[in-house]
Write a protein that binds this ligand. Structure first.
Ligand code: ZN
Length: 397
């Protein structure tokens, strides 16, 4: 997220680029004034960034006389990323530029249970085809980001005991993909990449965001200071197995009782509807019933919102987000889910934490995961410290 360097912070080419990532064209003088760097230092760093293509001249500003000063701006077209959102039964791919603009995208039915080799072979083959469609060579590719529908150890890119992904446990996803596309490969769980995509696309002014994916399961992506917060083991945000009061008789697949996911997920609602004699196979059937005005479905969706709100109310007190974004297939059921969430959070959370809190529906739609997977790579590669350490920028002391 573009942001001004803190006073006294070392301002390398990476920090200068970060400043320019807001897209505003600036002159060398303006960059010097903002950063406190000498003009000569700014010139050296601007030259290095120009050589990398990450910034480009944008013409000249109006001047009262003499030669007008040149301006420079971030050049998102300089490189591209490939993002893959691999769900339980669907795969979505997107090639974007460095500003998250989608240049080419694809969606297909793909069963994650086919195992890592088959699924990743498909991803590589169709990802490369998308590069061709976008008219960009592999040499322009900054990296590949992949989201998986289960717990992921982010540092190593391996899935850890994923319940719905036979054959994936411990599989080295980055190495397998890198052997086929020789670029950095990063992996995270599907909720975190959706949170990133949603934040980057629609809510960048919010530094502290909770993204809720309410679908077959329930998970939460946490954005702190504009970046994903993963916790010590990558398990942060796994809210589906937090206990809901008064649901002790409901058994969860994790072995406990009363888990949020066992009470309020799309799968749980579908089961309750079926128990009442209304046929519902899963989350999407629940959505369809709710949209067609089925009163039992609407009631259960609203109650699911309240149950999610109950767990979130505690998180709001702990974390004090400025926005909670509700996404996932169950959110497509209309206002009822979000109304239930609002009802409980505003009632239960501390007034100071809710005074300016926004609770909103996701805006980015089904493409948010694939875009977010790419954003994960962009933020990693353009991180100021990492950029300054790279050989292209080391000379500008
Ligand atoms: Zn559970």
């Amino acid at each position: 997220m573009p942001r001004r360097p803190a006073p006294g912070a070392s301002v390398g080419a990476g920090a200068l680029l970060q400043l320019l990532r807001d897209g505003t064209p600036r002159t060398r003088s303006e960059l010097s004034a903002i950063t406190g760097l000498a003009r000569s230092t700014v010139t050296g760093r601007v030259d290095a960034l120009l050589a990398s293509g990450l910034i480009a001249p944008t013409g000249e500003t109006a001047s009262t006389g003499g030669r007008p000063p040149a301006t420079f701006a971030f050049n998102p077209a300089a490189r591209i990323v490939l993002g893959a959102d691999l769900g339980a039964t669907h795969a979505r791919l997107a090639v974007t530029d460095l500003a998250g603009n989608v240049l080419a995208a694809a969606t297909a039915d793909l069963d994650i249970a086919l195992g890592p080799k088959a699924v990743l072979d498909w991803t590589v083959e169709h990802g490369l085809a998308l590069l061709t469609e976008a008219g960009r060579p592999v040499g322009d590719l900054l990296g590949v980001g992949i989201g998986l529908p289960g717990p992921v150890e982010h540092d190593t890119g391996r899935a850890v005991n994923p319940p719905i992904m036979p054959g994936w446990d411990g599989f080295d996803v980055p190495s397998y993909v890198r052997e086929r596309i020789p670029v950095p490969v990063m992996v995270d769980n599907d909720v975190n990449i959706m949170a990133l995509g949603e934040h980057f696309t629609a809510w960048r002014e919010h530094e502290h965001l909770l993204f809720i994916k309410a679908a077959t399961g329930i998970g939460c992506g946490i954005i702190v200071g504009g970046q994903v917060y993963r916790g010590a083991q990558g398990a942060a945000g796994d809210m589906g197995h937090i206990r809901v009061a008064g649901a002790d008789d409901v058994h969860c697949r994790c072995g406990n009782t009363g888990c949020l996911e066992a009470v309020a997920s799309g799968a749980a609602i579908a089961k309750r509807l079926t128990d009442q004699g209304i046929r519902a196979g899963g989350s999407l059937d629940v959505v369809e019933l709710a949209r067609s005005g089925s009163v039992p479905a609407l009631r259960l969706v609203r109650q699911a919102g309240r149950d999610i709100g109950e767990v979130l109310a505690g998180a709001v007190n702990f974390f004090n987000p400025s926005i909670i974004v509700i996404g996932g297939s169950l959110a497509l059921a209309g206002d009822h889910l979000i109304a239930g969430v609002r009802e409980v959070i505003y009632q239960r959370s501390l007034p100071l934490a809710t005074r300016h809190l926004r609770i909103a529906a996701a805006r980015t739609g089904e493409g948010s995961g694939a875009i977010g997977a790419g954003v994960m790579v962009i933020e990693h590669a353009l991180d100021p410290a990492r950029l300054d350490a790279s050989t292209d920028f080391k000379t500008n002391g």
